[in-house]
Design a protein around this ligand. Structure first.
Ligand code: ATP
Ligand code: MG
Length: 248
């Protein structure tokens, strides 16, 4: 039986009162799954996961983590609740050493536990161990994302949520990031991933949702969605719609 780790029901959220960007989105992420959220530019993918992570005000709907209601829990308390969010940008402290980045991220842990978790992250990400004393700003793009993910994993979250971890990376690092996520999943971590890089994301995901205009418009098995005519239609339809909108 699949066990839901994250259940989002009819979520409505936005930056200003009365201007919903997320308009009734519902998704489920089961234990051990990698679930992908795809969608055209401006569909509200980032807003959606930020609302889930407590970073965008929610006006209605529900977010349950392991059955516990975490709707609108402030972002800084989400880590304690078991949800770790990796933003698309500014997800590390470039002026700090790699190790200090990890130490700060594990700030809610007891010192002994923090030290153990840092060692565990070095086992998972040997590159980070090699550069532990280096400034994080000197890491390559791929290693930076590795550090950002390690910072999120250090607290051993129930759910790892990532916004476009492959954005802006060269193809070599894109495959490194997706390889890393596959490895992480093997350790039992449940992952929710927003990606522009649909083909690569679908190749590592279990299930995927297509978000259009702030609502889940389609859902399917990741490996089947790439060739799904409905997905093509949703993307193309949205583009046509935007063009029509832009002309007025
Ligand atoms: N901080 C903000 N304040 C106000 N509106 C915002 C803010 N961030 C995003 N929006 C608006 O919300 C809508 C959805 O943006 P969002 O970034 O969530 O889409 P997205 O699907 O992640 O797009 P992309 O594929 O480009 O990353 C857009 O119309 C955008 O202008
Ligand atoms: Mg986005």
């Amino acid at each position: 039986m699949s066990q839901p780790v994250l259940q989002v029901r009819d979520l409505v959220a936005g930056y200003e009162p009365g201007v919903p960007i997320v308009r009734g989105a519902s998704i489920t992420v089961n234990k051990g799954e990698i679930v992908i959220v795809l969608g055209p530019n401006g569909a509200g993918k980032s807003s959606f996961i930020k609302a889930v992570a407590g970073l965008v005000p929610v006006s209605s709907g529900q977010v349950l983590l392991d059955g516990v209601d975490i709707t609108a829990v402030p972002a800084h308390q989400m880590v304690r609740r078991g949800l770790a969010f990796v933003p698309q940008t500014e997800n590390i402290f470039p002026l700090m050493s790699v190790e200090d980045n990890l130490r700060v991220a594990g700030g809610i842990l007891k010192p002994k536990e923090s030290a153990e978790r840092i060692e565990r992250m070095y086992e998972l990400f040997p590159d980070l161990k090699s550069f532990r004393r280096n400034g994080a700003g000197n890491l390559s793009g791929g290693q930076r994302q590795m550090l950002a993910v390690a910072r999120a994993l250090i607290v051993d979250p129930k759910l790892l949520v990532l916004d476009e971890p492959s954005a802006g990376l060269s193809p070599k690092f894109v495959s490194m990031v997706f390889g890393m996520l596959t490895d992480i999943r093997k350790t039992g971590v449940t992952i929710l991933l927003v990606e522009q890089n649909a083909k690569a994301a679908l190749s590592i995901g279990d299930r995927a949702y297509v978000l259009v205009e702030g609502k889940d418009a389609h859902e399917g098995v990741a490996s089947e969605l790439w060739n799904d005519p409905v997905v093509a239609e949703l993307y193309l339809g949205q583009r046509a719609h935007q063009k029509a909108g832009g002309a007025t």
